[in-house]
Design a protein around this ligand. Structure first.
Ligand code: NAE
Length: 334
């Protein structure tokens, strides 16, 4: 198995993500078959690396089928649809829009005039919804109670209700997260499975192969996906999993019509790390250590976040650190 021979080494240094591998140039052959244009994916392409981990034959079958079903015409339609702003006039779902990062980002989003902002959260904070609504009366803000750990069928039911009411959704932001390495299964359920399930559920309505219009997904990952804090390895690994999933989504965009990019915050002052436990209690004073580390406010992070949304770049890896937004360059296998 080619996949088993892959030895991927990831380092995030000075904004550069590097992979090294013992594999041959398999990625190029898959990319050629996918006919991924330079416009669809940032160069150099993270997709090449992840292609090595895919089952080539299965992927090719999807691509061939997709071509037979007229992906090209879908792509054209999508291109004409996606011209212009990525927020103004759009229908947006923000999962976990009422947390620290979520709420400040929602404030910035609402100021840019989406048609509808639908906040899915397990938190119920009516005051926050009222505040957002007042910020821009032209945007309709609605709240849906949603726990991302519900079974996939429940996520689909909720989205069915939403699509019946709003007809189109343009952007899905997945942001639910917890950091508590004593709760291993819950961390994976919220941070990873929750994002995968919500994404899977929306595919019923977006996927080109279901004659959907496509869509855009912004997944909140973390710089810890690349640069783990070993005191919370479960949290970091769950974020690395979401990152990997996001790269695959971007790779599949020519087939599904759904583009994706990752949003990777560095330490941002919220309550996320306030009461967390380290794995096996390897680092009992993490909260204090975190407060000594350079960080950013949620307001700073929110401004960077909306810039990334406006850039609307499939496959982009955005780093949001100390008030700055940077697209991490992927140098490919060395
Ligand atoms: P927060 O605790 O304020 O927000 C967490 C959000 O997730 C809340 O809206 C909460 O309701 C929602 N949530 C949790 N469990 C849920 C569930 N079962 N169903 C639905 N929603 C659920 O923390 P935050 O810092 O605003 O975190 C928001 C996202 O940003 C999380 O995914 C987090 O991992 C990510 N993030 C935060 C930071 C940070 O420093 N605050 C960083 C990167 C990514 C840097 C680090 O990784 C340390």
């Amino acid at each position: 198995m080619n996949a088993l021979r892959v030895f991927a080494h990831i380092v995030l240094q000075h904004g550069v993500l590097r992979y090294s591998s013992t594999t041959s140039n398999l990625g190029n052959s898959v990319r050629n078959k996918l006919k991924v244009s330079s416009k669809q994916l940032a160069k150099p392409q993270p997709i090449d690396i992840l292609n090595n981990l895919c089952h080539e034959e299965r992927l090719n079958r999807h691509v061939l089928t997709a071509h037979h079903e007229g992906v090209a015409s879908h792509a054209k339609r999508r291109k004409s649809k996606s011209c212009g702003a990525a927020i103004a006039g759009k229908n947006i779902i923000f999962v976990a829009g009422l947390g620290g990062i979520g709420m400040d980002t929602c404030r910035q989003i609402v100021k840019r005039g989406p048609k509808n902002l639908l906040i899915f959260d397990r938190l119920d904070k009516p005051d926050y919804i009222t505040e957002l609504q007042k910020l821009n009366p032209k945007t309709k803000v609605a709240f849906y109670s949603y726990d991302v750990t519900v079974p996939l069928s429940k996520s689909k039911e909720l989205l069915q209700e939403v699509f019946e009411k709003y007809e189109t959704i343009d952007l899905l932001i997945n942001g639910a997260g917890i950091m508590d390495d004593h709760q291993i299964e819950k961390t994976i359920a919220v941070n990873f499975t929750g994002t995968v399930n919500t994404t899977t559920a929306i595919m019923d309505f977006w996927d080109y192969r279901n004659d959907g219009p496509g869509g855009v997904i912004a997944n909140i990952c973390s710089v810890t996906a690349f640069y783990p804090n070993c005191q919370v390895p479960v949290y970091c690994a769950s974020k690395a999993a979401v990152f990997s999933f996001t790269v695959s989504l971007a790779l599949l965009a020519p087939v599904t019509g759904v583009t994706a990019y990752s949003i990777n915050h560095s330490i941002t002052r919220t309550t996320l790390g306030q009461n967390f436990n380290s794995w096996l209690d390897v680092g009992p004073c993490i909260t204090e250590k975190l407060s000594d580390t350079p960080s950013q406010s949620t307001a700073q992070a929110a401004k960077s976040f909306v810039k990334a949304i406006e850039a609307n770049k499939n496959g982009a890896i955005w780093k949001l650190e100390q008030g700055k937004l940077e697209e991490v360059k992927w140098t490919g296998f060395n």
